[in-house]
Ligand binder design. Sequence first.
Ligand code: LLP
Length: 454
Amino acid sequence: MTGAPWPSGTGRQTDGALVVGGVDVRDLAAEHGTPAYVLDEADFRMRARAYRTAFEAAFGAVGAGVDVYYAGKALLTVAVARWAREEGLRVDTASGGELAIALRAEVPGAEIGLHGNNKSDAEIRRALDAGVGRIIVDSLVEIERVARLAAERGVVAPVMVRVTTGVHAGGHEYIATAHEDQKFGLSVNPAREGAESPAMAALLAVLKHPELKLLGIHSHIGSQIIDPDGFEAAARVVLRLRADLAERSGLLVDEVDLGGGYGIAYLPGDVALDPERVAKDIAQSVSAVCQELGTGLPRFSIEPGRAIVGPAGVTLYTVGTVKPVTVSSDGGADFTRTYVSVDGGMSDNIRPALYGAAYHAEIVGRSSSAESMLARVVGKHCESGDIVVHEVQLPADVRAGDLLAVAATGAYGRSMASNYNMLPRPPVVAVSDGASRVLVRRETEDDLLGLDLG
Ligand code: LLP
């Protein structure tokens, strides 16, 4: 077995070829071409189940219910939405397009949430018509908009208010500031002393509308979080706001959503958040906080995306060129970095260029006894920042035609892909029990030209 950051069902044949979900990557490349996003269905299902059962057990133990929403922004296809549902997850969407996929997958409206800081009238209407279980509102303007559209349709819209707690997390630490300088949510901190906080004002505004039903409060603190303390700190703030609202309005809201952000392993040796540990920590902490506040426990929900689909994905490329480049280093000796160009790049994975994200790559179509060398895997785009893997050791005999795989690309790869330089986007191919199946076909030049009306 190969181990993290590869999908759990990954291994090597005796001749060195990588096998994902029981399928040899050489067969995948021959059948589907490269680049291709490969998704290990069993790995996805296993992580979906692990999150659901860990949170159900931990929250159940303190007497609270919990729902797990799969955050579709990480990767949503009809089959992926079905897998999530079959594993007992609900689906969190962030646009009309994501909502359309969830509905095509026949996820019941009641099990869908709709997010977004600037939902259009059309998106809200569609959500109301589908009977979505929750619309997470993000501003006073939007509260009025949803109320107006619900009134127009003669329905009551179930809403949660997205708040910012001042707790911000990501990477290996969290920070807490009073005033968050970002577009999402409504702050629990008043603009000046003695004033109403934007979060409380929004909650009270929702209660004024008979067309809106206030389900609860939503908080999402960041992404790729490794330190669980941030979740607990944010939950404490949200639960206090819930108690304050009960004091102000007499309504103790039923639900609290703690958002997503659970971190995964991208590189060998990285430690992912353990769902069981983090679920236990959060459950015990929220139970203690509710006891302190003298309120009953709400029903909780969480929205993991990356932690479910990230590790299940591998991107398969073909090496096109190999070029040693002499690099002069400040004060040190010159060294050689070998640039290995593959047939995709920043159009199929923008994360290294956008966030400086680190990935791991290996040559996967064969074994090699050559020494390893410092390499940089780059794409084929007209841009020097088109880097797939900044630094990785590859066998020194890497050559054109080699298959190269990048691990842990399941989340925010295909979902953030572009057609830069008119590159058609790669297919999403599911592997399971030794067979492969195309979930989303490769784009063609005709697809792209079809959009251009000349
Ligand atoms: N819930 C809400 C309200 C969110 O905004 C997000 C992510 C999630 C859940 C899911 O977070 P996850 O569990 O996947 O970390 N493109 C960036 C990540 C952006 C995340 C935005 N919101 C990346 O590639 O790292």
